[in-house]
Design a protein around this ligand. Structure first.
Ligand SMILES: *[C@@H]1O[C@H](CO)[C@@H](O)[C@H](O)[C@H]1NC(C)=O
Ligand SMILES: *[C@@H]1O[C@H](CO)[C@@H](O)[C@H](O)[C@H]1NC(C)=O
Ligand SMILES: *[C@@H]1O[C@H](CO)[C@@H](O)[C@H](O)[C@H]1NC(C)=O
Length: 372
């Protein structure tokens, strides 16, 4: 997995080339996308060389440990700088492996000479401590960093430690199926340029976990916050978490959470004044919730259980309202969906409900203790 083209150059002396095994890597005809899946017990890592020309590279390590490559982690990537600079690669996905933190950092340093913009890590176990932070960030200048099911030996310190290797300017951060989102806020540098934070698909998060994840004043430029399927329970407690963190998003996605009505008499919370767009689709709502942000102009209530249309006084400034997939629009909607399903036609709500089912199942597989 770590044999991304640039690192391969660094590792070349170590590679044993065996011609007998089938090629684990495939490059498309446009030389655009290259995918490697090293599932063979004795993988031919050098096959990844054909990815050198690709713009999008995806490499999966078959779940094995990459400890063997650690020997080369000390090499100074500077000597390969010109070759790495010449790579066309803009998007890189690394997945399915156990990676020593030292090796991950060596890779980031090498990628610092590349023009990589988007890095995705999936199904990785990062082992061992991260090395001490560099004097100045030497890794790539990413615009997008995405992580799904990545575990770190260093617990809640991982995000700060990882960020110290990246050049500033990260705009989009996506973290799904996280093992720890309770960040060590004191050590977390500020994400000055981050406009989009997506913590969806962390069903164990909940409002308390959200407060731990949203370190106060660390996301000053945030515009979009997505919390789909993140264990959120009430609008008022989400509001309280945003207030505690002083984040001021313009758009908030709370779809695919089972939202309860806020208890009458609960202390009302002041939503960020910037908040103008809210998605509450697939939230199991039977009524238009009380305590919506007052300046809201875009509201998505699709695929809920609303039995009547919202009254204008409930949504004072909303001018873009989505209500598809609610029973009041189609009295027989639910039965109707069943009919459609058996006829092979997938209506709008049924299709996404299916997706939610899959996320939910993954969440269960992941185990309930992840956020304890
Ligand atoms: C990689 O190969 C394994 C085994 O053949 C397969 O289960 C897995 O889905 C493949 N992964 C990708 C991303 O193609
Ligand atoms: C998460 O990643 C680990 C490897 O670190 C893998 O064994 C596990 O199957 C992955 N879980 C899911 C739900 O994909
Ligand atoms: C309403 O909001 C949705 C979601 O933000 C957007 O895709 C759509 O273009 C908007 N429609 C209008 C008429 O502004």
């Amino acid at each position: 997995m770590v044999c991304v083209p640039c690192l391969l150059l660094l590792l070349l002396p170590l590679l044993r080339v065996s011609a007998a095994t089938p090629e684990p890597c495939e490059l498309d005809e446009e030389d655009f996308r290259c995918v490697c899946n090293f599932t063979d017990p004795k993988p031919d890592w050098s096959s990844a060389f054909q990815c050198v020309a690709a713009v999008e590279v995806e490499i999966r390590g078959g779940g094995r440990s990459l400890e063997q490559f650690l020997k080369s982690a000390d090499a100074d990537p500077k000597q390969y700088a010109d070759t790495i600079k010449a790579l066309r690669m803009r998007r890189l996905t690394l997945g399915a492996a156990q990676v020593p933190a030292l090796l991950l950092v060596a890779l980031l340093r090498a990628l610092g000479y590349s023009r990589l913009k988007e890095l995705t890590l999936e199904d990785l176990e990062v082992t061992g401590p991260m090395p001490p932070p560099p004097l100045e960030a030497t890794g790539p200048a990413l615009s997008t960093l995405s992580l799904r099911n990545v575990s770190w030996a260093t617990g809640g310190a991982w995000l700060g430690e990882l960020q110290q290797w990246l050049k500033p300017g990260l705009r989009v951060l996506n973290i799904a199926q996280a093992h720890s989102l309770a960040f060590a806020c004191a050590q977390l540098p500020t994400f000055q340029a981050l406009t989009s934070l997506d913590l969806s698909d962390n069903p164990g998060l909940g409002e308390r976990g959200l407060i731990a994840a949203l370190c106060p004043h660390k996301f000053p430029a945030l515009q979009g916050l997505a919390l789909r399927n993140a264990g959120m329970e009430t609008l008022s407690s989400v509001c309280a978490a945003l207030a505690a963190a002083s984040v001021q998003p313009h758009r908030l996605d709370l779809s695919h959470n089972s939202l309860r009505a806020t208890a009458p008499g609960a202390t009302s919370c002041v939503w960020p004044s910037s908040l103008s767009s809210l998605s509450l689709s697939f939230a199991g709502l039977e009524q238009v919730p009380k305590g919506l942000p007052p300046k809201l102009s875009v509201l998505d209530l699709s695929c809920n259980r609303l039995s009547r249309a919202p009254r204008p006084d409930e949504l004072p400034e909303v001018n873009n309202l989505t209500l598809d997939g609610n029973p009041f629009l189609d009295a027989g909607a639910l039965n109707h969906q069943e009919d459609l399903k058996s006829s092979g036609v997938v209506p709008v709500c049924a299709r996404s409900a299916l997706t939610m089912g899959v996320s939910g199942a993954l969440a269960l597989l992941q185990g309930a203790g992840a956020f304890a």
